[in-house]
Design a protein around this ligand. Structure first.
Ligand code: UDP
Length: 251
């Protein structure tokens, strides 16, 4: 196995740290146990969350790749590390909603739990200083964050991810309510899914449970102080790994 040496810290986010490595086309992402919500106004340490999200993300990225969706993911190393291609992340959070929940219901007269068909795509400007505001197409154009053609590719990719994730989670009795992805460009200009896809970034409900709190298996357990956050993430991993191959080890 090629030993990859971890280099300098490039970036520290709320849930992950990104490091350079001794290889130019490789960066290492370390998943942290830190949990944050409401733009980091609420914080906690949840022992085991980092390892669970690293593994769930790895399985999900591999599922997307098997479906022909490009991602930055290359493999895992130990329990907390994911090896990925370096990308220029577009500072836009792309949210796809299948069922109304969260901010959509706080901001719009849309009943929580109503099905959104076709799925709703919301774009947010990724900048904590501004509180990640909802973008309009005009604002997106004004900020020149992406070209109109790139925006079309981003929307198309988000819908493909939605279908692939929906298939995976429904196989294991989970309802994909909504999720957030981040996209980026590789050194060769390829648009890929980056960041992570985990119960921190998806709303997932247990289809076998009708109680509106008991069914929650995602970060809403932390946001709403429902307890059992790590246990819920563990349940998601147990189910997903039951239908996925072991994640590949990088090196
Ligand atoms: N989300 C995320 N990071 C963010 C904001 C949202 O991963 O900074 C995810 C969130 O977990 C949910 C989806 O995107 O699965 C939609 O979130 P929403 O806009 O409803 O915001 P919230 O209710 O979390 O404030």
């Amino acid at each position: 196995m090629t030993a990859v040496a971890i280099g300098a810290l490039l970036y520290e986010g709320k849930a992950k740290r990104v490091f350079a490595t001794d290889q130019p086309d490789l960066v290492a992402v370390e998943y942290k146990d830190d949990a944050t919500a409401f733009n980091a106004l609420k914080k906690a340490q949840l022992t085991g969350k980092g390892a669970l999200n690293c593994r769930i993300s790895a399985l999900v990225f591999e599922h997307l790749q098997r479906g022909g969706i490009p991602t930055h993911y290359l493999g895992v190393r130990d329990s907390l590390w994911m090896m990925v291609r370096p990308v220029r992340v577009i500072p836009v959070e792309v949210v796809v909603r299948n069922i109304a929940a969260g901010s959509l219901c706080r901001q719009m007269p849309i009943a929580a739990g109503s099905r959104l068909e076709p799925p709703l795509i919301d774009l947010y400007y990724k900048d904590d200083a501004f509180g990640d505001p909802l973008l309009s197409e005009a604002r997106l154009e004004r900020l020149a964050l992406v070209s109109p053609e790139e925006l079309n590719s981003i929307r198309a990719m988000a819908l493909r991810v939605n279908i692939a994730l929906g298939e995976l989670f429904s196989q294991v009795g989970l309802e994909l309510v909504d999720f957030k992805i981040e996209l980026g460009f590789t050194g060769t200009g390829e648009l890929v899914v980056a960041d992570e896809i985990s119960p921190d970034t998806c709303r997932l409900w247990d289809r076998a449970i009708s109680d509106s709190e008991d069914r929650i298996l995602d970060k809403d357990r932390f946001r709403q102080d429902l307890g059992g956050v790590v246990e819920a993430y563990g349940e998601v991993l147990k189910r997903v790994q039951g239908v996925c191959p072991e994640p590949r080890v990088y090196g």
